[in-house]
Design a protein around this ligand. Sequence first.
Ligand code: SF4
Length: 340
Amino acid sequence: MEKVPLLSVENLNVEFSTPDGVVHAVNNVSFAVESGETLGIVGESGSGKSVTASSILKLNSGVTAKTQGAILFNGRDVLGADDKTIRSIRGSEIAMIFQDPLSALNPYYTIGNQIIEAYRVHHRDVKKSAARKIALEMLHRVGIPNPEARIDEYPHQFSGGMRQRIVIATALINSPKLLIADEPTTALDVTVQAQILDLMKDIQKENGMAIILITHDLGVVAETCDDVAVMYGGRIVEKATVNELFLTPTHPYSFGLLGAVRSLDNSARGELQTIAGSPPSLLHLPSGCSFLPRCGYAQQNLAQCSSVVPELEKVSPTESFSACHLRTEALISLKMKELA
Ligand code: SF4
């Protein structure tokens, strides 16, 4: 019998109406995540990765947003769920953490109060004293030294790395099945970044939760993820295991990203470097491939590249999926020779 994924996103489309027109933020995005697995969603700013992640918690449901497609979590229809159901899923079964821990923590409440409150929202019958014990255990688990002394302190009394640990403690207090982490280490220095990623991996090993990691940092992807979806212009342009992406990339955009990473020296972080040109405006997506103005391979197939949007399809002989009209072994081997 085929295994049912914990989360499946199918043909997700998200549009926002703005005074300048309709922003096509996410276009026909599909992926699945299993329990215990980490999926990286990687791309430049404005590629649609954060809007995709927010859709999983139905956070884009404002009056200007139009969301279509299907999101199934643990067998339940998320997009069709009512507000009460979504509120019960948020923070208990699916938790989300963001880049800036300060914006996630209320400066006027002690960290203990915030973690206890996050727990009791979903466990109303648990007494505050019992919830405090659970919060202390979690603070200990995420590496806050001497939590008994520090649980009654305020967010500003902690360093950036410690604050992100507190945010993770708050996110994990209800043992979610899925953690969505949107650039969780971008604001932190390299050493603290590695500690936070290790912490997330350790907790995942213990409780088997799935993680969706949104990042612009291929170094983080290489360290942390099992599978990766590369987004460009609101679409997934390549989907692969991490090994496949790094060893046999199949999309010209991935070639550019990886070429940039490979050119970095050992002391540098693997952040995406500038590829000549700019990402497309999501207000005015072209009729063909949105990577065309930046693609060094389009000349071989200009008529098709400029008029037909390439679909994400399996690329032989790899296990990857790529959205490029030139999905040929010749293209891959040509690029691999350049990268070698
Ligand atoms: Fe380049 Fe054409 Fe492939 Fe787009 S479809 S990435 S323009 S070769």
